[in-house]
Design a protein around this ligand. Structure first.
Ligand code: ADP
Ligand code: MG
Length: 742
């Protein structure tokens, strides 16, 4: 079966060449029970390593079934070992953290035996070596004799034609030693058994041949008794380990040695938390910068605001609005948002107190007022502002008791100033200094909204085949709403009569045209009354009618019913502002919206100066550099921890595990630990919203995307580490890797 022709094995060690054995000629056949003896250092172990394909030889030829092996690559040796060789060691080489059952099962698992078959096989082997009682016992708790029985059972698990034992009784007392040799002789029928021993007498009753070595040479090769040579033997059938088994094994290895697991977990926890804090501080930085910009177009430059219009400039349907309101991360929607950018003035005619601020809908007012009460009536408002403010702070009581008007112009007697009452004041958090916000009822807001619509439209009067553009500041053709005028009618002043045939306009028609970027509309009205200085107040009721100023205040105007006029502009909602719950989510909401709508994202319109951009790039570079540094630090630490696994992987390899299997086991193990560490921190960040600074930042600034990126970095790191470690583990022969450890 195996033939050695002038085979030599040398060790090169720090420039010194040592001879393991030299010019050895031996032939072995299946059926033999060979005892090899010789003093320590004579080359017995070296010979076994070469025969079992665990180590290389330097000289001569070794034949397996008549075939030369000098051209064998590592994978050919791997196959040779897996099919032919089972080894029993003096120091057992069991996996101490595994149970007896698991140790025997491992060799079957590594060689692709299915779970059900494994169980049966392991149980019958346990019976054979009389260890059934100990199947759940950790190997480390067994006596030497028991350990060697486990090793024998393991050697028998795979039905190889060759069993090699290197001083299997060297660590055992006399009785155990005899029992082990007896067991070995019983189980090894019809195999080639090669046993190295110091104590030939123990083996003598079973041996068919005795080889004595001395100083790396064969001193004697003596036949002791006849044996039946077996020519038709089977090699062990081997398959690749199943994926499920690999995963099971990898997971088991993760938790098997608790200190190792804790150490690895600790390192990964460090890596994950450092990465998270580095990454989140970068995100935070980025976020802070994005909101520090300037914007000169929109007076409400809230970085959470997105202005939305439809691509075709049509009005939003109820359904669309509702849809947008229900988007995740959308806090609220301001329909018809023109008022968001509007500053209104609040003034008191008596005290000439005058403040201006942003406006918002009372419906959006959140929290409780600090002074006064909530608004109830449509003419009541609540103001949000700083406590340090002169009017809102020390003079809050005066503010609440005064009579105010609210207007969009600076003239007190504007057509659009409304009497209101300030009933409540709410203070901003201490460190915030922003403009006042005046919270108004829908009713008042609608009035300003309407005014805005009028302001942003071109209103034209089509009268007697001529067009007159309406100008707010020109009293000629200025349209005024009055509920004294019935719907469908218009009252004009008598000085327009000259435009009509025979200077009689009564009974004529007048057309109001509205045109803006969103729509065009028109309404035809009948002239049913013509007023002058004398009959004016009997047609249009005006309190404190100022007849003397008739020319200035009333003449030339068109009085129409409010609803006629409002309807001309009431064509739905064309522009809304979506307010996102947090600026960090703006991009997410933007992505949802931009498919269907035209957007102005305030955050993106804020301009930063160049210096800030450069600083940002440097920060990015420093983040990347620190991630790389972190990577290498943790890589070396993890490698140090993994060194303790060399022994395990050497054993796996001796038992027939391939490089790929070992690598995969390692990957699985590192992935399990890294995932645990990762999700541990993600969980902490999720549940502990007000806890540690780092976690809070993670919670606040991380998007799903960031979690995924971080996750991939950590998985990639685990992969690279196991890849490199496995390469190192397998770059040498099994024995060299093993020796480094023992
Ligand atoms: P035995 O098993 O008979 O005690 P070995 O096979 O272990 O002997 O050793 C044979 C010779 O090879 C000895 O001289 C020993 O010093 C040398 N040797 C064994 N292993 C190594 C090694 N890893 N590096 C250098 N020399 C070695
Ligand atoms: Mg030895």
């Amino acid at each position: 079966m195996i033939s050695l022709r002038n085979v030599s094995k040398f060790y090169y060690n720090k420039g010194v060449i040592a001879t393991g054995f030299a010019k050895v000629n031996l032939d072995f056949a299946i059926g033999e029970f060979v005892a090899i003896t010789g003093e320590s250092g004579s080359g017995k172990s070296t010979l076994l390593s070469v025969i079992s394909g665990l180590d290389t030889y330097e000289e001569g030829e070794m034949y397996v079934n008549g075939k030369e092996t000098s051209h064998y690559l590592e994978k050919d040796w791997e196959k040779y070992r897996r099919e032919n060789i089972a080894i029993i060691y003096q120091n057992f080489n069991l996996i101490n953290s595994y149970t007896v059952y698991q140790n025997i099962e491992l060799v079957l698992t590594l060689n692709g035996v299915k779970r059900q078959d494994r169980h049966e096989k392991v149980m019958s082997l346990l019976k054979q070596v009389d260890l059934e009682k100990y199947k759940r016992t950790k190997v480390s708790k067994l006596s030497g004799g028991q350990k060697q029985r486990v090793a024998i059972a393991r050697a028998l698990a795979k039905e190889t034609p060759i069993i090699i034992a290197d001083e299997p009784t060297g660590n055992l007392d006399k009785d155990s030693a005899e029992a082990i040799i007896k067991l070995l002789s019983e189980v090894a029928k019809n195999k080639l058994v090669i046993v190295v021993t110091h104590n030939y007498e123990q083996i003598a009753p079973y041996a068919t041949r005795k080889i004595t070595m001395h100083d790396g040479k064969i001193l004697e090769d003596k036949k002791i008794k006849e044996f039946t040579k077996i020519d038709n033997y089977n090699v062990a059938s081997i398959k690749e380990i199943a994926l499920g088994d690999k995963i099971n094994l990898g997971v088991r290895n993760t938790f098997n040695v608790l200190p190792k697991f804790l150490l690895l977990f600790f390192v990964y926890a460090f890596v994950v938390s450092s990465l998270m804090s580095e990454y989140s501080s970068f995100k935070k930085e980025e976020y802070e910068e994005s909101r520090n910009g300037e914007n000169y177009v929109f007076s409400n430059a809230d970085d959470k605001r997105i202005i939305v219009t439809k691509k075709d400039r049509s009005a939003f349907s109820e359904k669309e609005i509702e849809n947008i309101e229900n988007y995740k991360n959308v806090n609220y929607v301001v329909k018809n948002d023109v008022l968001v950018d509007k500053q209104l003035n609040l003034f008191n005619k008596q005290t000439s107190l005058w403040v201006s601020g942003n406006v918002d809908d009372l419906d959006n007012f959140k929290g409780k007022v600090d002074v006064g009460r909530e608004a109830k009536d449509s003419n009541e408002v609540v103001i949000l502002g700083s406590k340090d403010d002169y009017y809102l702070g020390t003079n809050a009581e005066n503010m609440l008791n005064g009579e105010y008007y609210i207007s969009d112009s600076y003239e007190e007697n504007s057509d659009y100033s409304y009497a209101i009452k300030v009933v409540g004041i709410k203070y901003l958090p201490e460190d915030q200094y922003v403009d006042y916000t005046i919270y108004l009822s829908d009713e008042i807001l609608d009035k300003f909204l309407f005014k805005n619509n009028v302001d942003s439209s071109t209103v034209t009067i089509d009268f007697m085949n001529k067009f007159y553009e309406v100008d707010q500041y020109n009293s000629q053709f200025k349209i005024v709403n009055s509920d004294d005028v019935p719907e469908g009618e218009v009252y004009i002043s008598s000085d327009l009569n000259y435009l009509c045939p025979n200077e009689v306009c009564l009974g004529q028609k007048m057309n109001i045209l509205v045109d803006n970027i969103y729509f065009k509309d028109q309404k035809e009205l009948a002239i049913t009354k013509v007023y002058d200085k004398d009959n004016f107040n009997s047609l249009i009721m005006i309190p404190n009618y100022d007849k003397k100023n008739f020319e200035n205040l009333y003449n030339g105007r068109l009085y129409v019913n409010s609803s006629d006029y409002y309807k001309l502009f009431d064509h739905g909602i064309f522009q809304m502002s979506v307010f996102v719950d947090d600026a960090i989510h703006v991009d997410k909401v933007k992505r949802l919206l931009e498919k269907d709508y035209k957007l102005i994202v305030i955050k993106d319109t804020l301009s930063n100066d160049v210096i800030l951009q450069i600083i940002k790039i440097f920060k990015m570079i420093s983040t990347v550099v620190s991630v790389i540094v972190l990577f290498f630090i943790s890589y070396f630490v993890i490698r140090l921890i993994l060194k303790s696994r060399n022994m395990y992987f050497s054993i796996v390899r001796m038992l027939g595990g391939t490089k790929k299997t070992a690598k995969d086991l390692l990957i699985i193990e590192l992935l399990v630990v890294s995932n645990l560490a990762y999700f541990f921190f993600v969980g902490l960040a999720y549940f502990d919203k007000n806890g540690l600074n780092v976690l809070e930042a993670v919670n606040k600034y991380f998007l799903i995307k960031d979690y995924v990126i971080l996750y991939l970095i950590i998985c990639l790191m685990s992969y690279l580490i196991s890849q490199r470690y496995a390469r190192k583990l397998f770059k040498d022969s099994v024995m060299n890797t093993y020796r480094e450890e023992v």
